[in-house]
Design a protein around this ligand. Sequence first.
Ligand code: SAH
Length: 391
Amino acid sequence: MTGLLSDDGPAAPPKSLPLVFSAPRRGVPPRHWADLTPMQRREFMEAAGHRAFRARQLSAHYFEGLRDDPAQWTDLPSGVRDVLAEKFMPPLLTSVRELRCDDDTTIKTLWRLHDGALVESVLMRYPDRVTMCVSSQAGCGMACPFCATGQGGLQRNMSTAEIVEQVMDGARKLARGQIAGGPGVEEAENVARVSNVVFMGMGEPLANYKAVIGAVRQLTAPRPDGLGMSARGITVSTVGLVPRMQQLAAEGLPVTLALSLHAPDDELRDELVPINTRWNVDEVVDAAWEYARVTKRRVSIEYILIRDMNDQAHRADLLAKVLRRRGSWGWVHVNLIPLNPTPGSKWTASRRRDEDEFVRRLQAKGVPVTVRDTRGREIDGACGQLAALDE
Ligand code: SAH
């Protein structure tokens, strides 16, 4: 069966949106401190008539002190502060709405970019880590039929600084105690930091490769040049743009790669992840395996569970086979995600017993598997829902 039939009869015919790789060149955002390398910062500082060492001071305020208000830059002459702020830190993201759930430990923010485009980010605080889910494009050109963003098409690529600023906002909220769920008083000196960044908000990160790599470099550069995060805490999630996956493997950045597979066979994946018609299951799984081999980083396989579409026992067996064929040296981990139905979708999440059986079959074949916790559901902050309600 091709997966076109569901419990309640034929599903809506898959919309065949075109695949869009290159974003329209519009709305280029103003240049920001977080777009620049440390060397460029010194050069731009000097070109603007200031001493080069001011660059390090400004970086320390931005990345280390998380101070975005020039009034707090007290080691800079007062006449210089506003000039530098205006020149190097133009506001890129304007908060339109903020929604909280999970006892205020999850915050979804809807942002307006300088040209009016809307994107979202989600900050999630857990007892042992803080994860920021960021957008890399306004919209998305990959046209996956189950994904709200994919159905809205691509507006434009985001800049490096627009991506970084989402994380910085999370870091500032944490530092200012604006999100619940912190450690007890006795651990209060453990200043909370964003430990994980996942490129699982709007957009296909590998279709905006340069800006995304730029953002990863800003986030991982040691303080004060960058946020000083560990690359291991950063996950780049992709529909499977094979040449870009290969390029990422050669980058020498040990980020975690997640591949949105969603089906182990081409017939069904062609429908669920249309880019499969360009790079098929065999090719993307090879590229994921190669990524693990080169970087020694375990790859995540993302697999949404959609009732009677891709959740059958035979597909669990086939998924295990497809993954095990590349070896059993722990190169892979499967993340099952219950589908979050988008408005108007005929598809729905799997039955509990089918989910359990899917897990059991993968485990029986020695494939490590977890079922994704779906934070943010009631604020439409969960996967695939971002910004959909504001169109
Ligand atoms: N474009 C990238 C990253 C953004 S989507 C990618 O596809 O990987 C992040 C994850 O959310 C992907 O695995 C995507 O398939 C999943 N997702 C999208 N819509 C969803 C929905 N309605 N329910 C559950 N997961 C969804």
